[in-house]
Design a protein around this ligand. Structure first.
Ligand code: SF4
Length: 236
């Protein structure tokens, strides 16, 4: 097991996507991810770089400081993949301490696994549904498990790059519907906004239209931070 928390960055920013859009929070971004999404916009977080190790005390101090000396009490644990097995014991220790200090904790989950020991402790889970353009797969049974175990405590987010991505997301929805699960959680479509491209207005409109024409069961929410700061800007 890696001895320390591998940390890419700890910073304050306004949430740019999903159901917490517009909410200031502190991001604790773990370093290290082995999932390999093709359209990942955080490839700098992939390496498990031991030299980026920090102690729990260092992280808590940074969270307090960037959160304006404890004024901001919302934390989002992200990555990288904070649910990679080598991170899990560290993330659990961090979550327990943050909860003692009364922080509200969201964790960004890649959708490839349900990690009960962490999901039981946090306040909210942002669970990815990986679409074909990512080259990774989220089994629908993972969402079924989330519905059964974490009602009211999670959103699902799917990055949509094209019609195939939308179709795959709709198929997953139909499977859940056929199992009588309906949609008891917010399912957010994030129109893909790649680094090094200008705002993809046509893609965004296409996603809006596909959602409307299919019954409008999803919520289309773009990545506001990329509009404001540019798609390449980090720590925003
Ligand atoms: S899980 Fe996140 S950090 Fe890892 S490859 Fe996919 S998008 Fe990138």
């Amino acid at each position: 097991m890696i001895k320390n928390h591998l940390i890419n960055s700890i910073y304050r920013a306004t949430e740019g996507e999903g159901v917490f859009l517009g909410r200031p929070q502190i991001f604790v971004r773990y370093q290290g991810c082995a999932i390999g999404c093709l359209n990942c916009d955080s490839k700098d977080t992939w390496d498990f770089s031991e030299e980026m190790g920090q102690s729990l005390e260092m992280i808590m101090e940074a969270v307090h400081k960037v959160g304006l000396d404890g004024t901001i009490k919302n934390v989002s644990i992200t990555g990288g993949d904070p649910l990679h097995p080598s991170h899990v014991p560290h993330v659990m220790a961090l979550v327990k301490l943050l909860k003692e200090k009364k922080y509200y904790i969201n964790i960004e989950a890649a959708g490839t696994r349900v990690v009960d020991e962490i999901f039981d402790l946090v306040d909210y889970v942002s669970f990815d549904f990986k679409t074909p353009s990512t080259g990774v797969k989220t089994p629908v049974k993972n969402i079924t498990k989330m519905i059964a175990q974490y009602p009211g405590k999670f959103q699902v987010k799917a990055v949509i790059a094209n019609a195939e991505d939308f179709s795959a997301t709709l198929s997953a929805y139909k499977i859940l519907e056929s199992q009588n699960f309906g949609m008891p959680f917010p399912w957010v479509l994030t129109p893909c906004f790649n680094t090094n491209e200008v705002f993809p207005l046509d893609r965004f409109k296409q996603v809006l239209t596909m959602n409307e024409e299919s019954g409008g069961m999803f919520r289309v929410i773009g990545q506001q931070h990329k509009w404001v700061f540019g798609p390449d800007q980090k720590q925003v």
